[in-house]
Ligand binder design. Structure first.
Ligand code: ADP
Ligand code: MG
Length: 699
């Protein structure tokens, strides 16, 4: 464990950061590299050899023997392939080498990564290309070089490439807008992200004792525990010692990698926790979140625990999500979504606000898709996470301003409000202009928007690709209008008012969990894709292909391949879940219950032999109930087996995904119901897996 005074010293100690670059690179090389990082401009290839040499020396000094290009294929997790710095020089000798060529380009065999038809399996070649805007770092004895990953034909096979392209798109469009407001010096508009990460920690023994947990990351069976989260005593509660030790080590490891893990607390469900970092530039925030998830998983066994990142590990208690806090600023550090003291008069802010509102309204479907996964479907709409309907919460003050602009009425600015708690020694505290709304999927929270739909195990890249590109599209349209306006001022006012008016349907400040909202949203014409396959189907709608194509973020081919992969993943996940259920039923649950019933029957016989006329009503009743449930369970098992076999025969992934959603999931639910009913009647001694109560309360 690190001593506290060493924290500033260890922070980013394993990162090839700007400080390290300044120290180790010749001045002109450092300047050129920094310019690329700050402005996103092309790298001067001639400096690559120098940078590579400096990286290698630094890495070796920190114990590294290998380097790896680190990339984000469409699997949702990261990938790496390590090469030693070692180069033989003859005479049985070797030196440590790393060239600019090796830094800039890698050629991993791409054939086993999902490509959604972008590449036939015999075309194995893929390339990784150094992303100078993400810092290299050291982990497990290797120098990690963040890279983009593409096919032989140049199509992006990863999440990083479109993300970087979307950051460029919003920068270009954003710059045009701030120039109109007189900012002549900023060189880039940047999007910032802070991703709050929820997770569960359970005992490793329980994890290993359940096939559903280790095959699927979530339980597929389980009667509710006697106690759930109803007492609300876990949220922000005292952190158990074992968990605290884990969190401390996690923080330390993340800090070394320059990840500014800041907040940690218990979440609402028993065994659930949260970590929030300080926000940073989007591409780095994405990398950092992936590393955070990796370390969460990796460190847990050292503390005898398993970390569950799945969206819905347990039925009946809250699942986990990721809050993607997103904002927009200039490279000089100005937050463009900051309302300031007088938001009603802050036209630049109102214009950016209008842009986000229109973008979210016009691309609801894409935002929904960015949070659509098989396991997030188990969570969205369950009154613990936003529903599948996208809407925006602005808060009372902004909403009032927006409505006064829509109907042309006067807005009276309110002064800051202070609250006294009635205790003289406690200072009065300033009240925010608006309360929070936990139920909204897209909430304005002071100087940023919080997109709360994303699942806990997801890569946040797609969500940010969508937000960046959609907002870029609106900003560039705004810029077209304003740049050619006769009077900037009056055109600006008209544009803000018109945008608010046309897109006010997306604003909602009530309870998004309520049934009334679902009805009202339908009346407003908002989309409501309850399941992932329904959402995926819209990914390649014409307007979406046009959007991504216009800014070069994704080509139509790249989009079609991603759509294919969405369905393919959904199909595979549901297939594994169904087969896990079948296996656990036939090999664990039915034998266990049958054994218990046999034991009960033997006990009935033994007691009747010992004592004629003994009362065996209790045992007989349990035997009868369990026997009936055994039959029902076996029927449900066979019903699931039949549809699962049909699912396997579907020729396309899209067809199969819809079949899983419509026909297999209901049979999975039915089987679970039977097994859960047996669980509550079966002796603890005979039940073959740890129960919900065991798992969620044992840490
Ligand atoms: P809460 O749990 O109340 O939503 P937290 O403080 O846990 O709030 O998390 C807020 C997150 O928002 C943090 O990760 C924080 O760094 C991030 N954040 C704050 N300002 C910005 C910004 N300008 N851009 C992006 N993210 C931001
Ligand atoms: Mg939050």
């Amino acid at each position: 464990m690190e001593r506290t005074e060493r924290i500033p010293e260890i922070f980013a100690s394993l990162v090839f950061s700007e400080d390290v670059m300044r120290e180790r690179l010749p001045k002109d090389v450092y300047k050129s590299l920094l310019n690329t990082i700050a402005t996103g401009k092309e790298i001067d290839a001639s400096i690559a050899d120098v940078v590579a040499g400096a990286m290698k020396d630094w890495a070796i000094e920190h114990g590294a023997t290998h380097f790896t290009h680190w990339f984000q294929p469409l699997t949702g997790v990261t990938a790496e392939k390590h090469d030693a710095f070692l180069t033989p020089v003859g005479g049985g000798k070797a030196i440590m080498e790393f060239s600019g060529k090796e830094l800039i380009k890698g050629e991993p065999d791409a054939s086993s990564f999902p490509s959604g038809g972008l590449r036939a399996t015999f075309e194995a070649r893929g390339y990784t290309a150094w992303d100078p805007a993400s810092y290299a770092f050291i982990k497990d004895g290797s120098l990690y070089i963040p890279t983009a990953f593409c096919s032989y034909g140049g199509e992006a096979l990863d999440t990083k490439t479109p993300l970087l392209r979307s950051m460029d798109a919003i920068s270009t469009a954003g710059l045009r807008i701030i120039r109109l407001f007189g900012d002549t010096t900023s060189e880039r508009v940047v999007t910032t992200v802070g991703a709050e990460q929820e997770y569960f920690l359970i005992d490793e023994k329980d994890f290993k004792a359940r096939r559903d947990l280790y095959y699927c990351g979530r339980t597929l069976f389980g009667a509710p525990a006697i106690k759930g989260q109803e007492l609300e005593d876990h949220y922000f509660g005292a952190i158990p010692t074992r968990v605290a030790a884990y969190m401390k080590e996690l923080d330390t490891e993340l800090w070394k990698l320059g990840i500014s893990s800041k907040t940690k607390h218990n979440e609402a469900a028993p065994a659930q926790h949260e970590l929030a970092p300080i926000f940073c530039t989007t591409n780095i925030a994405v990398d950092n979140n992936l590393l955070t998830m990796e370390f969460m998983r990796k460190l847990a066994p050292k503390h005898g625990m398993a970390c569950l990142l799945a969206e819905k590990p347990f039925e009946g208690i809250n699942g986990s999500g990721k809050h993607n806090n997103w904002s927009l600023g200039t490279d000089s550090g100005k937050n463009l979504l900051k309302p300031g003291k007088n938001p009603a008069e802050n036209k630049q802010f109102l214009l950016f606000l209008a842009a986000v509102i229109r973008a979210v309204d016009e691309y609801q479907d894409l935002l929904r898709i960015s949070a659509a996964t098989a396991s997030n479907d188990c969570r969205l709409g369950g009154c613990e996470a936003p529903p599948a309907i996208i809407s925006i919460f602005l808060g009372e003050e902004l909403e009032t301003i927006v409505h006064s602009i829509i109907d042309g009425s006067h807005y009276e600015k309110r002064g800051a409000k202070y609250m006294s708690l009635g205790i003289p020694s406690v200072p009065a505290i300033r009240r925010d202009t608006t309360d929070r709304n936990r139920t909204s999927p897209f909430a304005f929270t002071g100087n940023k928007f919080e997109f709360r739909m994303v699942g806990s195990s997801q890569n946040i890249a797609l969500a940010n690709i969508v937000i960046n590109t959609a907002v870029a599209e609106v900003l560039s349209d705004f810029a077209d209008i304003l740049e050619s306006a006769d009077s900037f001022e009056s055109e600006l006012d008209a544009l803000i008012a018109k945008t608010f008016r046309s897109h006010s349907r997306i604003l909602f400040s009530g309870n998004s969990y309520s049934a009334e909202w679902e009805k009202e949203a339908e009346a407003r014409g908002l989309s409501n894709f309850k399941t992932s396959p329904e959402a995926y189907a819209h990914f390649t709608d014409d307007k979406n292909i046009k959007l991504f194509g216009k800014f070069g973020v994704m080509s139509e081919t790249e989009m079609r391949s991603r759509r294919e992969i969405f369905f393919e993943n959904y199909r595979k996940i549901k297939n594994i879940e169904a087969r896990t259920m079948l296996e656990m039923t036939i090999r664990d649950f039915i034998p266990a219950v049958s054994k218990y019933v046999t034991e009960l029957s033997a006990s009935v016989n033994a007691r009747l032999t010992a004592l004629k006329g003994a009362s065996v009503a209790a045992e007989c009743d349990i035997i009868e109930k369990l026997s009936e449930l055994l039959t029902k369970t076996y029927d449900a098992y066979n019903a699931l087996l039949r549809v699962e076999n049909t699912a396997l025969s579907k020729s396309t992934d899209e067809e199969a995904a819809f079949y899983y959603k419509n026909s297999v999931i209901p049979k999975m639910d039915a089987l679970r119901k039977c097994v859960d009913a047996m669980e509550v009647l079966c002796s603890r001694e005979y039940w073959p897996v740890p129960t919900y109560g065991d798992i969620t309360f044992r840490i």
